[in-house]
Ligand binder design. Structure first.
Ligand code: ADP
Length: 380
């Protein structure tokens, strides 16, 4: 890989909806986007001409792909951290680098390191046996939240265990991070873009509404007083600086009413930032590309009083959201995004974003458009 130049070649490992939306941001900047897809019909593979099909689990496939790009970045957290380390040592330009990426790849490491650096995190311990979970519960109470250190997303690696019997089932899967169950007032996300030299921008803080561990709605700005809003933004920026991330990072936070705790980091564009496409002066995808290329960042100002994003998840009956497009587009002031993915229950197939003056009215319009695409949250 040579110096980053005009018509830069940015390689994204993974070809899901994040890479697909990055292509949309790459077009006006004449960035030559490359994606490493698992299959030719992956969401981004359908819209990125420079698609390579390969296995992100294979060091050889990663290396072959990296040779075609100036900068390597990521659509997900799944590549083997040891492979990323090897590529960085071989001189490939990985942004974020392996040290920052590890915070998003390994929950045990993230909890231990952030805690050691004085960041507020839930009480936690690494456990391998039900007896260790019970000992943790003796200090912190039941239920205990057990999390697989690697590979979890959308709540799939998260287990709320009420007693030692349930704990035994969970730890049978392998070592877990045990966490105190936190009473949440709400969940928040702070999105930050950071360049290699440290220049960073945070977007307004978002309330993330989760149902069964899956992010369903974003409300921007989050309903917080000015002090708490600033505290959350500053926390996000401090985490970004502390781990030295390059690109976009999402910090998921728990708001307990009395304090903010760091839950999770994503070192890439994130679902909690989808509202920025219509709702902010610069989208997360544009700023991610600008950050990884060490180009000046765009401002992150919110463009409407209220912005609400609703995810469109696949239904059990296999309803195809594309069928509902005309009805969704008939709702005024709503941006509609479909990801070109086959409908499967619970799968993220698209999202809509509404802009308005009033949070309630804006949410109602977003839900109406999402409902037309088959999303059931308006009923729930
Ligand atoms: P994933 O990596 O699958 O997204 P998270 O760690 O974000 O997993 O957990 C998924 C959801 O589970 C969170 O959004 C939150 O609603 C709930 N959760 C996770 N940890 C805790 C906790 N310690 N206390 C209470 N709820 C939690």
């Amino acid at each position: 890989m040579g110096d980053v130049h005009a018509r830069a070649r940015v390689g994204i490992v993974g070809a899901g909806q994040l890479a697909r939306m990055a292509q949309q941001a790459a077009i006006p900047l004449e960035i030559d986007l490359h994606v490493l897809a698992e299959a030719g019909d992956d969401s981004a593979a359908k819209v990125v001409p420079a698609t390579s099909v390969g296995d992100y689990r294979s060091l050889e496939d990663l290396r072959t792909f990296a040779k075609t790009c100036d900068v390597l970045t990521f659509d997900h957290e799944l590549p083997d951290p040891a492979h990323l380390q090897t590529l960085a040592e071989e001189g490939f330009c990985l942004r974020p680098g392996p040290a920052a990426k590890r915070f998003a790849q390994d929950k045990a490491y993230q909890r231990a390191e952030l805690g050691a650096h004085g960041f507020p995190v839930p009480a936690n311990a690494t456990v391998t046996t039900a007896a260790e979970v019970a000992a943790f519960a003796a200090d912190h109470g039941w239920p205990v939240v057990l999390k697989a250190p690697r590979g979890g997303y959308d709540g799939r690696g998260v287990f709320f265990v009420a007693d030692e019997i349930e704990a035994a089932e969970a730890v049978a899967r392998g070592p877990m991070v045990a966490e105190a169950h936190v009473e949440l007032v709400r969940e928040l996300a702070v999105l930050v873009a950071r360049r290699p030299g440290g220049e960073a921008q945070a977007w307004p803080v978002v309330e993330t509404v989760q149902v069964a561990g899956i992010l369903r709605e974003l409300v921007v700005p989050a309903p917080l007083d000015a002090n708490r809003m600033e505290e959350a933004r500053a926390l996000g920026l401090r985490v970004a600086e502390s781990i030295g991330v390059v690109g976009v990072m999402a910090v998921e936070l728990f708001d307990t009413g009395s304090e903010l705790l760091v839950n999770e980091l994503a070192c890439r564009p994130h679902n909690s930032g989808h509202w920025t496409i219509e709702g902010a002066a610069t989208s997360q995808f544009a700023n991610h590309l600008r950050a990884v290329l060490d180009w000046p960042l765009g401002v992150t100002t919110q463009l409407a009083e209220a912005v609400v994003t609703v995810n469109v998840l696949g239904r059990a009956d296999g309803f195809d959201p594309a069928v509902g497009l005309p009805a969704a587009l008939a709702v005024p002031g709503v941006g509609v995004h479909l990801y070109g993915k086959a409908a499967r229950p619970g799968r993220k197939l698209g999202h809509v974003t509404a802009l308005g003056d009033d949070p309630q009215e804006t949410r109602a319009r977003a839900r109406k458009a999402a409902g037309a695409l088959g999303e059931g949250i308006a009923d729930g």
